[in-house]
Design a protein around this ligand. Sequence first.
Ligand code: SAH
Length: 368
Amino acid sequence: MQIDVDVSGRKVVVFGSPSAARRAVTRFVQSGARVTLVLPGAVPPAEQRQDGVRYASQPAGDDTSALLRLVGPAWSVVVVDVDPAVRDRLVELCGRLRVLVQRESPAPTEGQVVLVGGGPGDPGLLTVEACRALGEADVVFFDRLAPTAALAQLAPGAELVDVGKSPYHHPVTQRSIEELMIARAQAGQSVVRLKGGDPFVFGRGGEELLACLAAGVDVRVVPGVSSALAVPAASGIPVTHRGVSHAVTVISGHVPPRAAELDALVRLGGTIVVLMGIATLEQIVAGLCAAGMDASVPAAVVERGYSPSQRSTFTTVGRLPAEVRRLDLRSPAVVVIGEVVTVATSAPGAIDLEAADPFADVEEAPRR
Ligand code: SAH
């Protein structure tokens, strides 16, 4: 069961220290609630207060009338860290006043960085652990290919910072991203670095991990569903298939592989998956064919996998460059080269590549 409540304009009273209660406070402020933070000690000076939050000092647990004044007309009281006697008094009072009481664990005081793989874009392909890390984040630095659509709901208490990279265009440099993450963690915040796919598959996650370790910042990795394996699947292509291919090699086309590498790939056989390969596909295909790959080997390009505008193009390796130009195939796209492509095209109800139509080898595959 899920209950959605519009809290805009409603009074929410949070009990806890500013540090422990920061997530609850930010989440309710961002949802438009009128938030009062009730502190165990003195109200902080104006320059340390958060915009949109009223502050009050916690009355003694037995001072019922003071507690009543605080929680009286509230919609909800959120208990983060108060001593048990005050908490019990609050629960009793709220019960009588029919005010909703929510309990929430204190936010950690030690900063940390979590490198989270967001999968290929569909929020449904985020892992449970990724959702948990997002739910606990103070700040999320996200990339262009991360699942951004549901971010505000998944990280309701977090500041969301777009450090998005598109091919050959990095608005925030890698070094600055690392510095930003480290600075926030050193200030005590829970930082999520949300990336598309898996952070360690052409995601520069390794560099970010090393940067955090070098700075002495607590860091961990939440793996994600990589587009290298999942995007072919979106179009019905298994990257390995019994009796067809028992090896899969994932390569980056960002810088086209060297002739010796392409030569080794052709000798290895199996499936080749190319990420970031649209711009350099012509060179890659020329290299593969020069190394002895038959131009008739099946190939597919899956653009924008798992999005409503997903498009799959089925062809042969020899025709790939021409099809990229003719159909204006664009990044983000995964290119699959190998006999496994025929598993998708020969499945019952799939496209007939042998049909007489001259463009029969180029079809929009049904979404599966
Ligand atoms: N770490 C990511 C890959 C980053 S490189 C992962 O594990 O998936 C970026 C490339 O990934 C894109 O150029 C494209 O080739 C591929 N890609 C990522 N998401 C994609 C998607 N939804 N559809 C098609 N290709 C995608």
